[in-house]
Design a protein around this ligand. Structure first.
Ligand code: ADP
Ligand code: MG
Length: 332
């Protein structure tokens, strides 16, 4: 095959920052899909785009890899304007995962995963090793699954192969459009868990679209909440979003039970009071500094106490009171 040997896509880098600068899209029929959006995704972070159907989530994603050209504004990847790059070369540095995956039905799992490496001219041995390594990474035993065809997998497994394929050439960025939405709740929870484990290993810059606030809070380092007409309503960490919704609209969107959700995503360490104020430490329940406020609340409820002592390496370093769980705004 006649391929320019772009051997390693990211040339030593593993993840890139993404900057959206006044990005907008008006379709030819005049409908405004994306208003005027600016935010930055730091390299190695997972940002979730969330909002009601039709608010422009997929359009934003597809402007990042130039499947759609913006009407205004720019997308920078590691500071470089994507419109200055060859679209095909660009897309090899950007993995793309969609809801029903689009695996090639007449190719084995291993061949599917090797799609981009083959385009890049990798040799067969390297492609095979990479495919098997990725199957391992997404939690599928290569011995068992590499030679199967897509129809011999469950929906959840096909989705994992889709993720493996998107990661095959070690892209700098991974774009995922409602990747887990088709799965039933149990499978979805499993896929999310596996995916978080995977991200801890590969640390890609990921932009993931969902309409599920629980998924957003669970997966996102940051969350971009979008409203009608493709407007950015808030861009914040999960804890900040749940603790301090920027408007009534966001408050409604994140839901009534945001208080409990916030506890689950806020670290004890970020909210505790220093140790000085705790008395009678030995009689209080404890929680680890690395735990969440939800853990702190559980400890209080099971011991019927209004305070917990925070431990770090087994030593008391702070305390959390029950009023603090519900009254104090979240630090950003
Ligand atoms: P989401 O992914 O958030 O559901 P989309 O980005 O797919 O939303 O669409 C945003 C808006 O743009 C919608 O109102 C949709 O109808 C419109 N839209 C999407 N694609 C096109 C197109 N090719 N031509 C005209 N309008 C479109
Ligand atoms: Mg969409």
């Amino acid at each position: 095959m006649d391929v320019t040997p772009i051997t390693d896509v990211g040339a030593g880098r593993t993840a890139a920052s993404i900057t959206l600068e006044n990005l907008g899209k008006v379709y030819p029929d005049g409908s405004v899909a994306v208003g005027d959006i600016s935010f930055e995704v730091p390299a190695g972070e997972l940002v979730v785009l969330i909002g009601p159907a039709g608010c422009g989530k997929s359009t934003i994603l597809r402007m990042l890899n130039r499947l759609i050209e913006p009407s205004k504004g720019r997308v920078l990847i590691d500071g470089e304007d994507v419109t200055r790059q060859d679209p095909d070369a660009l897309r090899r540095t950007i993995g793309y995962v969609i809801q029903d995956v689009g695996l090639f039905p007449h190719q084995t799992v291993r061949t599917n995963i090797g799609t981009v490496p083959r385009l890049l001219g990798w040799d067969r041995k390297r492609i095979r090793e990479r495919a098997d390594e990725l199957l391992d990474l997404v939690g599928l035993d290569p011995e068992r699954y590499a030679r199967r065809y897509p129809h011999e997998l469950s929906g959840g497994q096909r989705q994992q192969v889709g993720v493996a394929r998107a990661l095959a050439a070690d892209p700098l960025v991974l774009l995922m459009d409602e990747p887990f939405s088709a799965a039933d709740p149990l499978v979805r929870a499993h896929l999310q868990e596996e995916f978080l484990r995977l991200q801890n290993t590969v640390r890609k810059t990921i932009v993931l679209v969902t309409h599920d606030i629980d998924e957003a809070v669970r997966l996102g380092d940051r969350i971009a909440v979008l409203g009608d007409g493709g407007r950015l309503l808030q861009y914040a960490t999960p804890a900040d979003l749940l603790g301090n919704p920027a408007s009534e609209q966001v408050r409604e969107f994140v839901g009534e039970d945001r208080g409990v959700r916030r506890l689950a995503v806020t670290k004890v360490r970020e909210s505790m009071r220093p140790i000085g104020r705790v008395e009678q430490i030995e009689r209080l329940p404890t929680v680890d500094a690395e735990g969440t406020l939800y853990d702190a609340l559980s400890a209080m409820l099971t011991s019927d106490s209004l305070n917990v002592v925070v431990l770090e390496d087994g030593k008391p370093v702070g305390s959390i009171s029950r009023s603090l769980l519900f009254d104090v705004p979240v630090k950003s």
